[in-house]
Design a protein around this ligand. Structure first.
Ligand code: SF4
Length: 449
């Protein structure tokens, strides 16, 4: 929302008629600026004013959706240059390149590898989003067969890559309902591409030899009624990639340049033959500011760090990741099972619960709501002290769940022992290991003793 309330106010009828449900036009303007009401809530705006305000309030980087259904990928609509200013919203799509020059068995293996990827971090599945299908064989029928195969045998969102416009659009028609990204649309092919893009309703991957060239192509496409575009400045290496991506984002956010106000795509797969360099380029471009990165490898060692990096970049730095407060029953604990406690900072929960699961020993894991703060931070702020934990025990009836009255607390919380001995009468407080990775050994040896 680029427009401020005072600027909106100038465009309103200023009759204070209250038909919008608010007392004054000024109140309406202020609420509109923060997204609290919609333009349509005022029935007295002329079509021209509505269009003007609509355009002025549009996000500086357009939200573009590629694909359809549950696997659709939304990219763009970012509002800041730096993650710590607010957050990044729509995470970079990760695509795997498949060429129609590859053998059938190689293609099959690649697709199988991607389908079988099963990475999880802090309870979140980390996935590949797209297949980037590339026409390199010179045989249109072969490319169409590759597209048809990917369309029919996978649910992945598709990017179609072909310098041959005929092959590009004939294959796009085969999977139009999947809403593929059609790439590249250039100054050379855009006149013939525009009618087909409009007919298909698919997003255009705009490629330019320079930023100026991209501006001229997006401007023409926009004038022709094409709204969804993804930009490729054609960067050849990491440095050029970061420079081009930064220039595009800065121009859109800081200069309000609408013709660059679209998400971007980058091709680490074409920048380097060396897989380490490709991974490095991908990592840099996920950070700054690619909407999609296209990669050539499917090895877990190559993909997992990039998926985790993307996950980290796109979590909200203002809000720690949390899990619900409750007593988690791991396995089928009974009255003799150990009782452990930790905070609701997601990483704490997943480390401790995974460690308990590793022992195959049923246990009660008490997770106290600390608003996502870890053990020591929440102790100092009074959210994980003796009194708060005693209240938790009373709330969840821990007295009745076990007969041994022993509580294992995180090893870093030594200062909690005396507080808990005072607040939890009759309970023995046991200091657990300092590292989560030592919990299995601790439970198997110390607890069993
Ligand atoms: Fe003002 Fe429109 Fe609201 Fe009436 S309906 S008070 S004109 S904003």
């Amino acid at each position: 929302m680029a427009l401020k309330g005072a600027a909106i106010m100038k465009k309103l009828p200023k009759t204070n008629c209250k038909d919008c449900g608010l007392a004054t036009c000024f109140a309406f303007a202020m609420k509109l600026a923060t997204g609290g009401v919609k333009l349509d809530d005022c029935p007295h705006l002329s079509v021209e004013v509505k269009e003007e305000l609509d355009a002025a309030m549009a996000p500086p980087i357009k939200l573009v959706t590629i694909g359809s259904g549950a696997n659709a990928l939304a990219i763009g609509e970012e509002e800041v240059m730096f993650r710590h200013e607010k957050t990044f919203f729509n995470e970079t799509g990760i695509a795997i390149l498949i060429s129609d020059k590859e053998s059938e068995s190689d293609i099959e293996e690649k697709i199988r590898n991607i389908k079988e990827l099963d990475f999880e971090r802090i309870g979140q599945k980390l996935n590949i989003n797209l297949l980037a299908l590339s026409f390199e064989s010179g045989d249109k029928a072969k490319f169409e067969a590759l597209v048809k195969n990917a369309y029919e045998t996978t649910d992945f969102t598709l990017i179609l890559i072909s310098e041959n416009t005929d092959a590009l659009f004939s294959s796009a028609f085969l999977c139009a309902d999947r809403k593929p990204l059609v790439y590249p649309i250039t100054k050379e092919n855009m006149s013939s591409a525009i009618p087909k893009l409009k007919e298909l309703g698919v997003p255009a991957g705009v490629k330019g030899g320079s930023i100026e060239e991209i501006i001229s192509v997006t401007s023409e496409l926009k004038d022709a009624g094409i709204e969804e575009m993804v930009l490729d400045p054609g960067s050849k290496d990491i440095l050029a990639g970061i420079t081009d991506q930064t220039l595009i984002r800065r121009s859109a956010l800081k200069k309000g340049l609408r013709s660059l106000g679209y998400p971007t795509i980058a091709f680490p797969c074409f920048m380097y033959q060396d897989s380490f360099k490709e991974a490095l380029a991908a990592s840099a471009l996920i950070t700054k500011y690619a909407g999609i990165v296209v990669l050539s490898h499917t090895d877990p060692w190559f993909l997992f760090p990039l998926l985790v990096h993307r996950f980290n970049i796109y979590t909200d730095p203002r809000r720690p990741m949390t899990v619900d407060e409750k007593v988690y029953e791991i396995g089928n604990p009974d009255k003799n099972s150990p009782v452990l406690i930790s905070t609701n900072y997601a990483l704490d929960y997943f480390i401790v619960s995974a460690a308990i699961e590793e022992t195959n020993m049923p246990a009660y894991l008490c997770i106290k709501d600390t608003e996502g703060l870890g053990v020591m931070a929440s102790w100092t702020s009074g959210k994980f002290n003796g009194e708060a934990i005693a209240e938790f025990f009373a709330k969840y009836g821990m007295e009745d769940k076990v007969k041994h009255k022993k509580l294992i607390i995180p090893g870093v919380a030594k200062k909690l022992v005396a507080e808990l001995e005072e607040e939890l009468t009759g309970w023995e407080i046991i200091l657990g290991p300092l590292e989560g990775s030592d919990i299995p050994k601790f439970l198997s040896e110390e607890w069993k003793k």
